[in-house]
Design a protein around this ligand. Structure first.
Ligand code: SF4
Length: 345
């Protein structure tokens, strides 16, 4: 039985009863020829029904690996979950047999991938690929599955669905292919939808349309949405809460407005200073200096310390935990007060 969470959990647990999805102390490693890569190092996060959690970070921060672990699609080997739990409405997914896990995949937790063209099979029509979900998971006939595919294509606003259900993926634009992927992902009414950089390959106008579609579907169905992105612009409009990842850890977790108003981790603050913002006319944009840590040789102590302008002598010694710093808010920085209140070092 799931215990009611503490109200001010730094993992950003939302108010109300137990979360829909709860990830606790998740560790994922890859065994490579060069050695062991610790890609995810103690991630805690939670998602409520009907909310959008944005997981934000540079490439290599561990956000996609976390999503793959939740979805149960890590390559095994070389990847392995070494510690932690992933609970869906209280059931630990990591404790399930693979056949039970695969029943959940697609029906209760679904995922949209970044590159719709390579995720779709070029030799089958989109109708056959969407309909496959109903045939495999619901046992529908080919004809009924196609009818459901047309309904779904209408729902994700692909024009002329009745005719286009017979088209192959290459006949669709990038935005329309992403709509096909979304149709497949929502086919079985999942409780959790993970969207991994769903708009990266699309132009700005189409990006906005896809994000609006995802928000609308979330509102209508009440599913929880995990939005994985490196794009702060996407986060501002779409998310309720944000988990910022760096070096395989969540370094800040907060309601979206708190993060934008007053970040409490130097990395989050650096990310915000690197993008143009409304009302920021005349403000110089600054990139976060340095590069992501080598996962084979993580820095000691605070993993961000080689790049941090708030760094103090003790930062390289002790790894900061995710301190609870407010309602549903946490920061993994020893000096979060200085960052939050704007004083420097
Ligand atoms: Fe920077 Fe130290 Fe905070 Fe790490 S703990 S983010 S190095 S100030």
């Amino acid at each position: 039985m799931w215990k009611t969470p503490a109200p001010a959990s730094p993992a950003g647990r939302p108010p109300g009863g137990g979360p829909l999805l709860a990830v606790e102390n998740l560790h994922v490693e890859f065994v490579t020829r060069r050695g062991v890569v610790r890609a995810v190092n103690g991630v805690d996060c939670a998602l409520n029904a009907g909310e959008t959690l944005a997981v934000l970070g540079e490439s290599g921060s561990g956000k996609t690996v976390t999503a793959q672990a939740i979805m149960g699609i890590l390559d095994t080997p070389p990847a392995r979950v070494t510690r932690g739990t992933i609970r869906l409405r209280g059931t630990d997914l990591l404790g399930l047999r693979e056949e039970d896990r695969s029943r959940i995949r697609g029906s209760r937790i679904a995922m949209i991938f970044q590159d719709a063209l390579s995720a779709l099979n070029p030799v089958f029509t989109v109708g056959a690929q969407i309909g496959e979900m109903f045939r495999v998971h619901r046992g529908l006939s080919r004809r009924d599955a196609e009818r459901r595919a047309v309904e779904l294509m209408d729902r994700v606003r692909i024009p002329d669905a009745r005719r286009r259900v017979h088209d192959y993926p290459h006949r669709f634009s990038g935005g329309m292919r992403q709509r096909v992927m979304i149709a497949m992902a929502i086919a079985l009414d999942p409780e959790v939808l993970i969207a991994d950089e769903p708009t990266t390959a699309l132009d700005v106008t189409v990006q906005a349309q896809i994000m609006e579609l995802l928000s609308e579907l979330r509102r209508e169905s009440g599913m929880g949405l995990i939005l994985i992105t490196h794009d702060l612009g996407v986060v501002a409009d779409a998310a309720d809460r944000v988990a910022v990842m760096y070096g395989g850890r969540i370094v800040e977790n907060a309601p979206v407005h708190d993060i934008y108003r007053a970040p409490a981790h130097p990395y989050t603050k650096g990310l915000l200073e690197s993008i143009p913002r409304a009302g920021g006319k005349g403000r110089a944009l600054r990139a976060v200096e340095g590069s992501s840590p080598d996962p084979m040789a993580m820095p000691s102590g605070c993993v961000f310390h080689p790049r941090c302008s708030y760094r103090q002598d003790d930062c390289a010694a002790g790894e900061p935990p995710l301190h609870p710093i407010g309602p549903f808010r946490g920061s993994a920085c020893h000096y979060w007060r200085e960052v939050l209140h704007g004083s420097h070092g």
